[in-house]
Design a protein around this ligand. Structure first.
Ligand SMILES: *[C@@H]1O[C@H](CO)[C@@H](O)[C@H](O)[C@H]1NC(C)=O
Ligand SMILES: *[C@@H]1O[C@H](CO)[C@@H](O)[C@H](O)[C@H]1NC(C)=O
Length: 433
């Protein structure tokens, strides 16, 4: 599939992708809907205002203002069939062999207005997120961290292979890529070996990132009704990269018995473009095998239930040296998003349009020596070892001024389906009051 738009072969945003996001521009300062294509965005608010919308996007006949909204929630709520029609219509309009060349390809006036270089737009958080749940489906991460805390005999809790473990995260602290992240202060046990369990309050000394995949809910389920495993796909809007910034020393002191709290509620970064569920379909693979007999509600028809996304983590020092510190495949999950949705709603919990589910940290089987760690906690064995960086630098945990960039891409050059950057720079903690 070739496009009449000039798309660099290495672009995350080929014609095979068409991810949705929220932009603002100098001409249209109110946030609204666009898709990414090569180094451009196609401004869908401008497009919709200049064409016969119901004739071109038949499924949007009753939703003429859906692209003028400040979030993607209204569009997501319309469901997978509408997302599919809109995406394939946009692919047709942007294709070299478009069936409607007069609409955009051959109309220079409209092209000038609607096709805008990405560097000239500001990206916003794509969804209004009512609730955010973070799971722990990255088997290798769960295992390695389990060994660190409990030894190899009890690395995984007995329930780990029976249910996708999750905790409720803080939706208000989810921010779009590029937003600076402030080092949090918190209660820390400075000397965990000492008999005296006396904490101090100070900036975290163990600030970390977590490489995750995020999933946005499209259509809700009613309270009291569960979503069955094989229907769960129909409730998914699309995917983003997610950095679940974590303060390990705060986490260690607070997490038993109710899970992480202040160690993870000071910032979670997501990539700005939502890659639609349909765009990832060609990249389905089997996840990590789970030999435990599953409860019926978790048995999925599709064996290929995760995605072969090439994920990577870059760390840029305050001096500007960048090192790729991890390369991991997205196939390293033991639980799929449909399984997470079936489990989340088992007791009738209502998921709503715009809710965000995190996969949990994705790490590969290669561990620290293989450069397959989705967090510094694993890569440094809890701060015992150092990660080597360009510019003769090293890290155990993140320093102020460090930038972490997550990337993810599927498919070959020229037909890539990628997420764009999920980036955040750390700045100093507030001075104590
Ligand atoms: C091109 O698009 C503009 C709107 O931007 C419209 O006014 C014009 O009629 C279109 N030209 C043709 C030939 O359709
Ligand atoms: C999992 O099992 C462990 C050990 O039996 C228990 O301590 C923990 O609370 C359980 N966790 C969940 C999420 O059920």
């Amino acid at each position: 599939m070739a496009s009449w738009v000039d798309i660099p072969p290495s672009s995350d945003f080929s014609l095979a992708n068409i991810p949705f996001g929220i932009i603002s521009t100098s001409d249209e300062p109110d946030p609204h809907v666009a898709v990414a294509i090569g180094i451009y965005v196609l401004d869908l608010k401008v497009l919709a205002a200049n064409i016969d919308l119901p004739k071109i996007f038949t499924s949007l006949a009753n939703h003429p203002h859906v692209f003028a909204q400040p979030t993607l929630n209204a569009f997501a709520r319309l469901g997978r069939a509408v997302h599919r029609e809109v995406r394939t219509t946009i692919q047709d309009l942007l294709s070299s062999e478009t069936t409607r060349p007069e609409i955009l390809r051959d109309n220079e006036t409209l092209r000038q207005k609607a096709l805008i270089p990405q560097r000239a737009v500001k990206m916003h958080l794509p969804m209004a997120i009512g609730d955010y749940t973070d799971f722990y489906a990255g088997y290798h991460h769960a295992y390695t961290v389990g060994v660190m805390f409990r030894g190899p005999q009890n690395a995984l809790q007995p329930n780990y292979t029976h249910l996708p473990v999750g905790y409720h995260g803080r939706a208000s602290s989810v921010v779009v890529s590029g937003t600076p992240i402030r080092r949090p202060r918190g209660q820390i046990l400075l000397d965990p070996q000492s008999d005296k369990k006396e904490p101090q309050t100070s900036p975290t000394r163990k600030l970390d990132f977590e490489l995750e995949l995020g999933c946005f809910i499209a259509t809700p389920n009613e309270m009291g009704e569960s979503v069955s495993i094989n229907e769960a796909e129909q409730h998914i809007f699309g995917y983003v990269l997610l950095n679940d910034w974590s303060a390990r020393d705060i986490q260690a002191w607070e997490y038993v018995p109710l899970g992480p709290f202040n160690s993870k509620n000071f910032g979670t970064t997501v990539s700005p473009w939502v890659v639609l569920a349909d765009a990832l379909e060609p990249f389905r693979v089997r996840g990590i095998e789970n030999t435990t007999p599953l409860q019926d509600y978790l048995k999925e028809e599709k064996a290929e239930n995760v995605f072969d996304i090439q994920l990577e983590v870059d760390l840029t020092t305050p001096e500007g040296d960048t090192t790729t510190i991890a390369r991991i495949s997205g196939r390293n999950l033991m639980w799929s998003f449909p399984q997470m949705i079936a489990h989340h709603t088992l007791g009738g919990c209502p998921l709503q349009t715009g809710d965000l589910l995190g996969s949990g940290t994705v790490s590969g089987p290669g561990g620290a020596s293989g450069g397959e760690c989705g967090s510094l906690l694993e890569a440094t064995e809890g701060g015992k070892k150092e990660v080597m960086l360009a510019g003769m630098d090293v890290r155990k945990f993140l320093k102020d001024g460090d930038t972490v960039t997550l990337r993810g891409v599927c498919g070959p050059d020229g037909a890539r389906v990628g997420f764009g950057d999920c980036r955040g720079r750390v700045y100093s903690a507030p001075v104590s009051k």
